[in-house]
Design a protein around this ligand. Structure first.
Ligand SMILES: Nc1ncnc2c1ncn2[C@@H]1O[C@H](COP(=O)(O)OP(=O)(O)OP(=O)(O)O)[C@@H](O)[C@H]1O
Ligand SMILES: Nc1ncnc2c1ncn2[C@@H]1O[C@H](COP(=O)(O)OP(=O)(O)OP(=O)(O)O)[C@@H](O)[C@H]1O
Ligand SMILES: [Mg+2]
Ligand SMILES: [Mg+2]
Lengths: 256, 256
């Protein structure tokens, strides 16, 4: 049983990449077989897991252009159960390059068909926009996980995202569900964070994870070492929070 | 003498909107005539200055579709010298709608021609991507201001942004200059912030503002009141930092 989860939010800087890498690595540490796919031209997930761009290794862009087989683009990590597919800065041109292609939103889905069952979970890190790249992820995914920074603008963006998900369900992927909303960068010392959590819980049209990811500088330091936070500093509050999120993914969200 | 400055960085959540609103409002408080243009479909600048989306007021989207005159879309604020043009969620479709149009990157520039000299500064808030909307801003602008969150991924993205600016200068806007890099969300208690400032100063191909915007929760609270921070709490460290940035814009970056 394999599940494809797209990590999506058009609001920028809310913790999409940080969640992709650290939730993925935490599940890999719990002996699940994990694949991370980076479809953001910023390549942050690729950097965060230590990909060396000087390496001659095919990226998801080469796969979309049919210059490489999907299988070839899969890259290993120091964790046996964690693999990834790196991104490419040139993906930024895909929107216009493929504007004429009728199946431009299904590229990822078609490529995942044959290999999907090799993994327990596949996570897709998306760019901060609702463009062809994000639509590819939403078409390929079984469900979406929505990182939500506990800030005002991020909360405002939720309505927008919810409308988009409804549209995608109607026209592109009727089976798409929402895994849950994940509060990120929560600062228990400030009222803004608390206000956002209370307000979102009162109105959100989706399930909400009980795990809340605190603001923790270790989560910001780990990427400069090319390591998931559980390898960089497993005792940090950030690492512990993502391990507890992994448990919730495996066991379901219990009503608190 | 009027200057058009695009606030650009494809990395998400680095403080583009916060800088557009608060630098604009600070200059308005210093008696400069300011226009803010929101071309991000997230509409965060529009929200942050208190735009009421229920109001029947034309947006930049209506202007691009030639449904409204540019002049009609200009909206006033409580500050006499601060005006803005609101955005629209439907802008997200512009990329594909205008894919055929040869002048799709010049829409904003053409609209600004006649009104540019009514303002001392015009600031354009961009979405977190290098798409047609951001290219419109880069074609219309005299210079760019680059907010740079003092985090690892944001620093990595600088190379990408620098390459894009070179391409734009070569093919679309040869006069485009860089006003400067602005460090944002700086936390003096953590080494990551300090590391990023040191590393960027050592390699950056652009001027760097002496003003550093500290992480300050007041900057996150002000948008929920639809007010620039100088109106919400002028004594906050966030408001003081943007006032000092306004001075640097007016007087030039002095070598420290
Ligand atoms: N809980 C946290 N505590 C502290 N820093 C964090 C936390 N989560 C993420 N960060 C840092 O905040 C920044 C934004 O996070 P990240 O890059 O994961 O967001 P994103 O949504 O992927 O951004 P983008 O929209 O640009 O893709 C990064 O520099 C990251 O290291
Ligand atoms: N110096 C600061 N201190 C504390 N919070 C800040 C600061 N600057 C911005 N913020 C908050 O951080 C979040 C990200 O900032 P902002 O939305 O301005 O970034 P952006 O680059 O415009 O994001 P996007 O890429 O989504 O357009 C917002 O919730 C904002 O209120
Ligand atoms: Mg990211
Ligand atoms: Mg913004």
């Amino acid at each position: 049983m394999s599940k494809i989860i797209a990590i999506v939010n058009q609001k920028g800087g809310v913790g999409k990449t940080t969640t992709t890498i650290n939730l993925g690595a935490s599940l890999a540490a719990l002996e699940k077989n994990i694949l991370l796919i980076d479809i953001d031209p910023q390549c942050n997930t690729s950097t965060g897991v230590g990909f060396d761009f000087a390496e001659e290794h095919p990226t998801i862009y080469n796969v979309f252009l049919e210059e490489a087989e999907f299988q070839e683009s899969i890259h290993s990590t120091v964790l046996d159960t964690l693999s990834y597919i790196p991104s490419d800065r040139n993906l930024v041109g895909l929107e216009l390059e493929f504007a004429e292609k009728t199946n431009r939103n299904q590229l990822l889905k078609e490529n995942l068909k044959d290999i999907k069952d090799n993994y327990d979970y596949i996570f897709i890190d998306c760019p901060p926009s609702l463009n062809t790249l994000t639509l590819n992820a939403l078409c390929a995914a079984d469900s979406v996980l929505i990182p939500l920074q506990t800030e005002y603008y991020a909360m405002e963006g939720l309505v927008n995202l919810s409308n988009t998900l409804d549209l995608v369900k109607k026209s592109l992927n009727p089976f798409l569900t929402v895994e849950g909303i994940l509060f990120t960068m929560y600062d228990s010392r400030n009222n803004l964070s608390k206000m956002v959590v209370t307000d979102v819980k009162a109105v959100a049209p989706f399930p909400i994870f009980n795990t809340i990811i605190p603001r923790n500088v270790t989560l910001g330091e780990a990427p400069s070492h090319g390591e998931p936070v559980i390898l960089y500093d497993i005792n940090s509050t950030g690492a512990q929070a993502y391990l507890s999120l992994a448990e919730e993914i495996l066991n379901g969200i219990k009503n608190s």
